[in-house]
Design a protein around this ligand. Structure first.
Ligand code: BJW
Length: 237
């Protein structure tokens, strides 16, 4: 913790990458943890264009349930601490893999949503957009009048990340003096590459109760949860 505090005090530019673990203490399940399955389905089965083509009702049922959980969830002290960090660092970028909008609701303003969000649905054929309400997308409204289907406005396996968001994340990571990685297993690419591939100079630290794919390649590993460690980190700064 002391080494990370010292690195942050000296930093002009900070880049943070978050994953579903930061929202675990808001009551939202992670993807690959103990409660990572949805009913009997793995994320790879549901979060892909092939999965959606196979069974759009199943995929929408999953997203409708998740949307409803996101709306009921509150940002936790980990989200709040990162919003505080943004206010005290001159050059701050927060890139999240999460689609739950909890960073925005905690007051973070410069948030790059690498995998999209659940605020809108868009048509697979004509790109028409509609709001994705807290009540969910009615399952009899998946088909769009143009012959396409509404899908969540997110990035599934095999799909590229939004180009502008990705570019901003890459440059934010490349110019950072400190890279802080919170609550991600770091197995999903290209997001995981932001921690280790674009900057050989930055001090890279991880906050996670479990070892991850990058733990043995970074400068500092803080074993604990986001709610335990991030507020302490901010208090020590
Ligand atoms: C706590 C905690 C607490 C618990 N506090 N921590 C082989 C090698 C490399 C790459 C590939 C490959 N084969 C295929 C690929 C590419 C693929 C990929 O990476 N696959 C890997 C799984 C192998 N990637 C893609 O397909 C991406 N696109 C792409 O590559 O495009 C290329 C392209 C270019 C041009 C044209 C076309 C294509 C897209 C990836 C999209 C990922 N989408 C998902 C679902 C959509 C969004 C949604 O529905 O929410 O995003 S998958 C899912 O995983 C979701 C997450 O954002 C993402 C990351 O998961 P995360 O957050 O890390 O969750 P977990 O569960 O893994 O980890 C939670 C962590 O929290 C754990 O470490 C816990 O310990 C910790 N934790 N409590 C702090 N309280």
């Amino acid at each position: 913790m002391e080494r990370l505090v010292a690195a942050l005090r000296a930093a002009r530019s900070v880049f943070v990458l978050t994953g579903s673990g930061i929202s675990a203490e808001s009551g939202l399940p992670t993807f690959r943890g103990i409660n990572g399955l949805w009913r009997t389905h793995r994320v790879e089965e549901l979060a892909s264009p092939e999965g959606f083509a196979r069974d759009p009702v199943l995929v929408w049922t999953w997203y409708n349930e998740r949307k409803s959980a996101h709306v009921r969830a509150e940002p936790n002290a980990g989200h709040d601490a990162l919003a505080r960090l943004e206010r005290i660092v001159d050059d701050f970028t927060l890139a999240t893999q999460n689609v739950d909008s909890l960073h925005l609701r905690a007051g973070s303003s410069n948030v790059l949503e690498l995998h999209g969000n659940l605020r809108e649905a868009r048509c697979t054929r004509c790109g028409a957009r509609r709001a994705f309400e807290a009540t969910g997308l009615p399952l009899d409204e998946i088909d769009h009048e143009c012959g396409g289907k509404f899908r969540p406005d997110i990035v599934w396996f095999g799909e590229p990340l939004p180009a502008d968001v990705w570019r901003a994340a890459q440059t934010g990571a490349a110019r950072a003096d400190v890279i802080l990685v919170v609550g991600t297993s770091a197995v999903v690419y290209p997001a995981a590459a932001l921690a280790t591939h674009y900057n050989e100079r930055a001090f890279v630290a991880e906050v996670n109760p479990e070892p991850t794919a990058i733990s043995d390649r970074i400068d500092c590993v803080l074993r604990g949860t986001a709610v335990e460690l991030l507020p302490r980190l901010l208090d020590d700064l």
